[in-house]
Write a protein that binds this ligand. Sequence first.
Ligand SMILES: Cc1ncc(COP(=O)(O)O)c(C=O)c1O
Length: 394
Amino acid sequence: MLTEKDIQRFRKETPGTEKVIHFNNAGSSLPPQAVRHAVINYLEEEMTYGGYETNEKYAAQISETYTSIAKLINASAEEIALVENATAAWHAAFQAIDWKEGDVIIATQADYATNYLSYLHLQRKVAVEIKVIPNLASGELDLKALENMMDASVKLVSITHMPTNGGLTVDAEGVGVITRKHGVLYLLDACQSAGQYPLDVEKIGCDMLSATGRKYMRGPRGTGFLYVRKSVLPKLTPYVIDLHAAEWTGENTYIIRQDARKFESWEGDRANILGLKAATDYILEIGIDNIWKRLQHLSSILRKQMANLPMVTVQDIGAVKSGIVSFTVEGKSAEEVQAYLHRQGINVSWNGVSNTYLDMTARNLKEVVRAAVHYYNTEEEIEVFIATLKEMKA
Ligand SMILES: Cc1ncc(COP(=O)(O)O)c(C=O)c1O
């Protein structure tokens, strides 16, 4: 369990906490000093000694990034690819599937826009069918319905673990029991849960998992990673290959590498990769279980206190709630609320219908504000946030 002393240390190591109340961790969190040091140090080395030469000097540390990420999600280093964001990671997996007419994609109501748009985009080229798992009244996935949806035509079950808004934590492990039983590919969008929730790919049973660096991982922007299960790697053919992903062995021949790095390209942002490594090691040092407990504690306080504000409605669903608290304020647009809070030194963000179209329309919502806490936030900050919201003029 994290103590008050631990929290004070994390805040000291996060200079941004002295400047703002940062509740925009679902957008991009405040990185710790260690991330800044790793990135700047590497850039200075590149500037002084050259990009290729610095790469060689730091080869071991760069390679350890895969090991650190693998440790965080209980995978092995060869199952990890480092890419520039969650979208690139998700697409590397999605586009590598051998799509055929009649294939079924099973998705969720709260799927992230990019994912759903990509099913629709694929449908323009290949006649795949998209089916959505119904929700229970609580907002959880109806896993019995999922079980009944499984048949030979299902090619992929694609789940957003913690939707971009709505507070939900999907029972990813429960989905995994079903996909394993039916031998169907399972892609988990862990963009909002990496760094927040104890992701364990063995417990979850997913075959592919995509994540970003800048959100709950506290890494630099422009970083992300993909996990692909070792037994699934041979079944996925990268949509794009280059001389890092494959070797040109003869005039008309080439061999694609066997590990997950076949989904990477040769050029990449080494400084940011080391920043992501620093962020991952920071999580490993704190303990992801401690982070998850603290996030549930803080976000439940926040939800309770917001429920007492007459003009505020918390718009979260599900039994297990994430650190992302979504809400609306009567008579105010989400943009107005964000701008007002920003003027008072509080960072939040907001989403419109098109971010999670199915979920927003099903719940009759046009937009929501997101107050997303991280473990370095405090109960005092929550008090200030509540008092500031109360003072917002009608
Ligand atoms: C659930 C979810 N998936 C994927 C993404 C895309 O992540 P990125 O911007 O790193 O590509 C986001 C971004 O907000 C998200 O909330």
